[in-house]
Design a protein around this ligand. Structure first.
Ligand code: GH3
Ligand code: MG
Ligand code: MG
Length: 425
């Protein structure tokens, strides 16, 4: 878990905090990340001076670290998961926090982070150091709280102390989430940071990690050798969690957060099959950014990428949940609109065209804007296969470009793009 994704929104903008190398990050973000890392280092030094580690504790700590290392090893051959991927290492950090003094919870994520970085090359170093520090501080706070509550002996048999342990687990997640959301805010990404905190899928993952962590803690408090029994199920959970996230990433276009072309095609073809069976109308929009090469040439490719992401976000915000939106190619987007006939599709396309033309981005003091030309095609009118709709929408885009760009076009069935035809109302 809490290598929390603070910014995994479709068309996530501005840049996610982890995409900045630490030293070239904007000042507020770099300052925030360094402050959290410095707090972690300073607290570690202070705790080391106050509570030197003891032999028995070091042995237990090494056992938890070993379990964490085995979890990392069990998935490292799948390659480096994208930053923001959640893991189940908290299943080991929570017991460290509850069963050992706060010093250990503070240092465990940094050691595991270094190992993950060495073995699996996971994530940008600055972000990796920050997430380890955030996890460490959250773990140390949970640990201090639990020890202050005075849990002793066979505490896991006392329902009241079990509730305190669960509360500490929640505290661990909440503090970590707040620290990560702070980075998102410092990267001018507050809205996405908030949504990441309350995203139901993320909450479920956090609860899974917490549940596993509490169970491992109880097993280990009963008898440390029981860790050997806890290890296989946690590894299995970790692998399935990572597999699920890698599958999701494989469907997604990294630059815009939309479906990539292959995933879009699969999902659109499935929706068309359903529509053909049920007789529901379906329309397809193909949107192509106008003169995008000029945007790159004038303002640079980074500004071009930013406009791509902003265009994707504008489209995503203005379609319905059942619509299928994807990045089709370089500066082309496709949207399948189940339930929409051609008239409705033209109105939707017109609305999308307006929204995109309202986007502005400041690049080196210059305002960047873009427009789109959108081609419309309808199931039945332009064919019964996805390929037919794509071809018809492409021809309509071609017409829109020829008629001056920044417009929506629907061609009658069988029309050639070079023959003048009326535009959408
Ligand atoms: P038109 O109005 O006729 O569509 O003109 P255009 O310049 O948009 O079309 P053209 O096909 O000539 O150029 C597309 C440009 O899109 C060229 C390419 O460099 C740019 N592009 C494609 N993918 C990306 C990307 O991921 N990032 C950036 N920044 N540019 C991209
Ligand atoms: Mg194009
Ligand atoms: Mg273009």
């Amino acid at each position: 878990m809490p290598e929390t994704d603070a910014c995994g929104q479709p068309g996530g903008r501005p840049r996610a905090p982890w995409s900045w190398p630490l030293l070239s990050a904007p000042l507020p973000l770099a300052g925030y990340l360094l402050a959290v890392i410095a707090a972690d280092v300073a607290l570690t030094g202070w705790l080391l001076a106050r509570t030197p580690p003891r032999d028995g504790q070091i042995l237990l700590f090494a056992a938890f670290l070993g379990c964490g290392a085995l979890c990392i090893e069990a998935t490292r051959h799948w390659g480096a998961p994208p930053p923001g991927t959640r893991d189940l290492l908290s299943a080991w950090w929570l017991p460290v926090a509850l069963l050992l003094p706060p010093l250990y919870a503070l240092t465990a994520p940094a050691l595991a982070g270094a190992l993950a970085h060495w073995r699996a090359g996971r994530g940008p170093v600055g972000w990796r150091a920050f997430t380890a520090a955030a996890l460490g501080l959250a773990g140390a706070a949970a640990s201090a709280f639990f020890h202050l509550a005075g849990a002793q002996g066979r505490w896991f048999l006392d329902p009241a102390t079990l509730v305190v342990a669960a509360a500490c687990a929640v505290l661990f997640v909440v503090i970590n989430a707040i620290l990560v959301a702070g980075a998102a805010a410092a990267a001018d990404h507050l809205a996405s940071g908030r949504s990441a905190l309350w995203d139901p899928e993320s909450l479920l993952l956090d609860l899974t990690g917490l549940g596993a962590g509490v169970l491992v803690t109880i097993a280990c408090a009963l008898s440390p050798p029981l860790l050997a029994l806890a290890l296989p199920p946690v590894i299995l959970l970790q692998r399935s969690l990572l597999h699920q996230q890698l599958r999701a990433a494989a469907r997604t276009d990294a630059k815009t957060g939309l479906l990539n072309a292959a995933a879009w095609q699969r999902e659109a073809a499935a929706k068309i099959l359903v529509a053909r069976r049920t007789g529901q109308p379906v329309a397809l929009l193909l949107a192509d950014i106008d003169h995008f090469k000029q945007v790159n040439d004038t303002h640079g490719h980074l500004a071009g990428d930013e406009m791509l992401a902003r265009t994707a976000a504008a489209l995503a915000q203005n379609v319905r949940p059942g619509d299928v939106l994807g990045r089709f190619g370089g500066e082309e987007f496709v949207i399948l609109l189940p339930g929409a006939d051609e008239g409705e599709a033209c109105s939707i396309a017109e609305r999308l065209r307006e929204r995109v033309s309202a986007i502005t981005h400041l690049a080196a003091g210059a305002q960047v804007t873009v427009t789109v030309s959108i081609g419309v095609a309808g199931l039945g009118t332009h064919g019964s296969e996805l390929f037919d709709l794509l071809a018809a929408a492409d021809a309509a885009v071609y017409r829109a470009k020829g008629s001056g760009r920044d417009q929506v076009c629907l061609l009658p069935p069988g029309a050639q793009p070079s023959i003048p035809q009326p535009r959408c109302p």
